[in-house]
Design a protein around this ligand. Structure first.
Ligand code: ZN
Length: 168
């Protein structure tokens, strides 16, 4: 495996096909599906209280395996903040795009693979989606309203604001 330098630290791509195949092997008797749906989680994990070293794993889980233990698809480690979401996710996105077309072969059988969901906490979600952090004014991911500050927090009283589009 090959560790590469990206903005803010180092990244190791373990791989989607590698990880899925390992889990299907491990949980073969619990897997009875014709498809593989992949659930993804990512987020920063501080390693030590006394240093700034942080890990950002890309974790996966197979939805069709009820007791599937999460697996590591890729791993970033750095002393500074993870700089570029594009660099961080390049290998994942490249492999995911290919796997969604090719599927995987397991025990001589072909399974289509799809990305089911990306599950993140609020700060990680904002980073991955390249949107504002969750504490600002116009932070609603679904609509375009500006929040109002009252009682020490930002509220979003409007229920009829315009929906977000990719360009705004
Ligand atoms: Zn909204």
């Amino acid at each position: 495996m090959h560790i590469k330098n990206i903005a803010g630290g180092s990244y190791l791509h373990i791989g989607i096909v590698t990880s899925i195949t390992a889990r299907l092997t491990q949980f073969a008797k619990d897997f009875h599906s014709e498809t593989v749906k992949l659930q993804i989680n990512t987020g920063g994990v501080p390693l030590f209280r006394s240093s700034n070293v942080a890990l950002w794993p890309i974790l996966g889980k197979i939805k069709e395996i009820a007791n599937c233990v999460p697996f590591v698809i890729g791993l970033f480690s750095g002393k500074t903040k993870l700089g570029s979401v594009n660099e961080f996710l390049t290998d994942f996105v490249d492999e995911m795009s290919k796997v969604e077309v090719d599927g995987i072969i397991f025990n001589s059988k072909h399974y289509p693979v799809s990305l089911d969901s990306v599950i993140c906490d609020a700060p990680s979600r904002a980073f991955v989606k390249c949107i504002k952090g969750h504490t600002g004014y116009s932070v609603c991911e679904r609509c375009t309203q500006n929040g109002v500050y009252r009682q020490n927090q930002i509220s979003f009283p409007e229920c009829e604001a315009g929906k977000r589009r990719d360009d705004r």
